[in-house]
Ligand binder design. Structure first.
Ligand code: SAM
Length: 626
């Protein structure tokens, strides 16, 4: 991680501490096995002491986090490496060894000894979660679709709360931020403050009881961590925009974007799981986010053909959640997130981000986020997707948060454009966000992706073309089938209609799978209709069945249905199409998900459209020259 680090002199910080810090960081951030990492260490003479020190540091993970927060040592000493600090505090507090030596980090940690000891006494060792929750501030977002900031602030003032302000501490962003952090970590009962970065976000003491507050029940305020507000903030979609939220439920970011748009524009909010889709509808309805069109389905099944004019996309996929401070495993057993799980998640994350980049030609900006602190799900995903996608997107560092968010690791290409919020420093949940903007090179835009040409297969295409030639077709459009009914789009249009009506009637919560999702019987009848159209239309290129086929494959590239083929470390993207087809076939044969359905390697799907474009271009050029 590229936290601003103190320039430790390697000669002065004892090797044992430095090496222990590195291992603790790896275990915490990457979920590696600590024993394995210790035994891989090159410091052979230190193995025994290293093992003991790392084990002790990891054992006190939750207490260390609490000590770092309570003493604010990382805020006051911004150049102190947080991982080295953990090791040194362990050495000092639990192993009771004085930190002697000239190295600055040792001196600094030693100077906090009395604070550590007194805070340690206050810590409820048996209830580390409760302690950490109470000592972290609570962020509350004002839903400006229902109440203005003034109304909400006045409400709290009338309830006897006091609004604190951040004093002017000069122009330095660093100073301002560390002053703000000190302020929010020491809010006393019934004090609150406005966040200095995100508009309409208030900060309350961690033990605030919000369940009795009416504004919370009416949806005028929402409990939303500052880190999670970063996505909509950085998406920065102007009024009137068309936005796509590819992983929407429960809808915190969707409703936040709706508020930033003031309901002027359109947000397509896609959620795959029906139960979560219901929650999404409920939250959207309660928030009065009328510009939101919820869709139940997999985002991987939708393209610009279904959702035209999408200009902004938010990709907030399922992740390991290692940044969620409420998740016990972060503190108690960091080895919970296995490498295999991380690889599967990263495979899905790459697939969905790549889908966003390749299938919406009008998109200007994409925000990718996770609540994970594992680089595998963050910088590595950025790198992999940028590497394997036509160079029409680049990662950018948004100017409005460079001063305070921590940058990702530059050991991944463009990784340092990614931004982290870290619990122990920012007093938020752990979070990662990356912003991508379209570059000048928009060749994907010029030729819409025609999946049929890839799916039909060469032989089928030749036959169709021959038939067409016989009929003296002169224009490509006549060779292509008339656009058939796209069931996904039809379903979506119907769902939107139903949802809007329900919203208008105030009964969106009542929408269920029957209205939003197509019933089995109507699916059957629609299929019959499409089949019939094919029978009667000789020239019909089976776009629909192919799309269906592709859909069937793609719908398995989701969180639970991932196979090892999604491993981002495999560099499959340069494979030839034929190799991919073989692989796809093999994978169809080999990979079965829990339901017994076949799964296809993602790379074979994702790279296909590019091939299709170049074929089409060749054809077009040939026709032009004729
Ligand atoms: C991290 S959560 C999203 C949180 C949400 N953005 C918010 O702020 O409230 C990820 C969501 O993506 C959904 N999901 C997973 N695969 C999907 C897919 N292929 N298409 C659409 N949604 C999907 C999951 O069911 C889950 O609800």
């Amino acid at each position: 991680m590229s936290e601003t680090k103190f320039r430790h002199s390697t000669a002065r910080v004892p090797r044992l501490y430095k090496e222990a810090g590195k291992i603790v960081q790896k275990v915490r951030e990457e979920g590696g096995s600590f024993k394995g990492l210790v035994f891989q260490s090159k410091q052979r003479s230190l193995l025994k002491s290293l093992y003991a020190l790392v084990a002790e540091t990891l054992r006190h993970g939750s207490e260390l986090d609490a000590l770092l927060r309570q003493t604010q040592i990382l805020i006051k000493e911004p150049r102190l490496d947080p991982w080295l600090a953990r090791v040194l505090i362990t050495e000092l507090v639990w192993r009771q060894r004085p930190l002697s030596g000239p190295a600055m980090p040792l001196k600094i940690v030693q100077s906090y000894k009395s604070q550590f000891l007194s805070e340690q006494n206050n810590l409820s060792i048996n209830l580390p979660q409760a302690a950490s929750r109470a000592s972290r501030p609570r962020f509350i977002r004002i839903n400006t679709l229902k109440a203005s900031e003034d109304e909400v602030i006045n409400f709290f003032l009338q309830e006897g709360w006091h609004l604190q302000t951040v004093e002017d501490v000069g122009t330095s962003e660093d100073k301002k931020y560390s002053h703000f952090l000190q302020k929010i970590s020491s809010l006393s009962e019934r004090e609150f403050i406005k966040d200095i970065h995100i508009p309409n976000l208030l900060v309350f003491p961690g033990n605030m009881e919000f369940y009795n507050i009416e504004l919370y029940h009416t949806g005028s305020i929402l409990l939303q961590d500052k880190a999670s507000c970063m996505s909509a903030f950085l998406l920065n979609a102007p009024l009137g925009s068309t936005v796509l939220d590819m992983c929407a439920a429960p809808g915190m970011k969707t409703t936040h974007i709706a508020a930033t748009l003031n309901n002027i524009g359109t947000i397509y909010a896609i959620e795959k799981h029906p139960a979560r889709f219901d929650s999404l509808c409920q939250i959207v309805s309660q928030a009065e986010a009328t510009c939101v069109k919820p869709i139940c389905g997999s985002s991987l099944d939708f393209t610009h053909k279904d959702l035209p004019d999408v200009e902004y996309i938010i990709v907030d996929p399922t992740c390991s959640g290692t940044g969620m401070t409420s998740r016990k495993e972060l503190f108690s057993d960091t080895e919970d997130v296995s490498k295999a799980r991380l690889e599967k998640l990263a495979g899905f994350q790459c697939a969905i981000l790549r889908h966003a980049m390749q299938n919406f030609p009008n998109v200007k900006r994409i925000v990718y986020s996770t609540c994970s602190l594992c680089p595998e799900e963050n910088e590595a995903v950025m790198e992999e997707v940028l590497k394997s996608t036509p160079p029409n997107f680049k990662a950018i560092v948004p100017s409005n948060c460079t001063q305070w968010m921590k940058r990702g690791s530059n050991s991944y290409e463009q990784g340092d454009c990614g931004l982290y919020a870290r619990p122990e420093v920012d007093l938020t949940n752990g979070f990662f966000v990356a912003v991508f903007e379209r570059t000048e090179n928009e060749y994907v835009l010029k030729e819409p992706i025609d999946l049929t040409q890839v799916e039909v297969g060469k032989e089928d295409l030749k036959k169709k073309k021959k038939k067409k030639d016989n009929k003296k077709a002169t224009d490509e459009e006549t060779v292509r089938a008339p656009e058939p009914v796209n069931p996904a789009f039809e379903r979506m249009k119907r769902a939107m209609g139903n949802f809007n009506t329900a919203l208008e009637n105030g009964s969106a919560n009542e929408l269920n799978g029957d209205t939003i999702q197509e019933s089995k019987s109507s699916k059957k009848s629609k299929k019959k209709k499409v089949d019939k159209e094919q029978e009667t239309n000789e020239d019909f290129i089976p776009l629909e069945p192919c799309t269906e086929k592709k859909k069937k494959r793609k719908s398995h590239i989701d969180e639970e249905h991932l196979t090892e083929t999604g491993n981002i470390h495999e560099n499959n993207f340069t494979d030839s199409i034929s190799k991919k087809k073989k692989k796809k076939k093999k994978s169809n044969e080999l990979d079965e998900d829990a339901d017994g359905d076949n799964i296809v390697a993602q790379d074979s799907i994702e790279s296909a459209p590019v091939e299709s474009i170049s074929k089409k271009k060749k054809k077009k050029n040939k026709r032009n020259s004729e």
